[in-house]
Design a protein around this ligand. Structure first.
Ligand code: HEM
Length: 127
């Protein structure tokens, strides 16, 4: 299994992940019905975000948290998001880049869920 080492690899990761999200009965309505995401606009942002996280390449300058704070989602949405993300990595890649992807996803998902009050920080829960 290859590692994630190029921008083309990141594109495969992101495209495969969002194909899963769009087929998921829990997550898809948030993207399709609530946020009405324009995928042609969203995917290039996600390539830039993950190029930064995994390959250390500059490009994404956004602030993602406020966009998530307004979504009608509970803890189980973050659990499902992370499960699909890790599944995508596992099915396609292995190595240090794959580990960086998983660690960043878990850490940011956990941070978002905590800041949204979905996880009790005193209970040391993880997603
Ligand atoms: C419950 C889990 C999640 C849901 C339902 C969700 C949903 C969304 C939605 C609806 C958008 C806005 C798309 C748009 O209108 O353009 C978005 C943007 C984004 N999300 Fe998530 N997301 C989730 C978790 C995460 C996590 C854990 C990360 C990071 C690891 C992440 C990273 C981003 C980024 C970088 C953007 C682009 C923000 C921008 O426009 O600059 N999301 N997400």
């Amino acid at each position: 299994m290859p590692d994630i080492t190029t921008e083309a690899d990141v594109r495969v990761l992101v495209d495969t992940f969002y194909n899963k999200v769009r087929e998921d009965t829990l997550l898809d309505p948030i993207f399709s019905d609530v946020a009405k995401v324009d995928w042609e606009h969203h995917l290039p942002k996600m390539y830039a975000f993950w190029n930064g996280m995994i390959l250390g390449k500059a490009g994404y300058n956004g602030r993602p948290f406020p966009l998530h704070a307004v979504l009608p989602v509970g803890k189980e949405y973050f659990e499902r998001w992370l499960e699909l993300f890790k599944e995508t990595v596992k099915e396609n890649f292995e190595g240090e880049g794959a580990d960086r992807a998983n660690n960043a996803a878990a850490s940011i998902a956990h941070t978002f869920a905590t800041r949204m009050g979905l996880i009790d920080p005193m209970a040391s829960q993880m997603l």
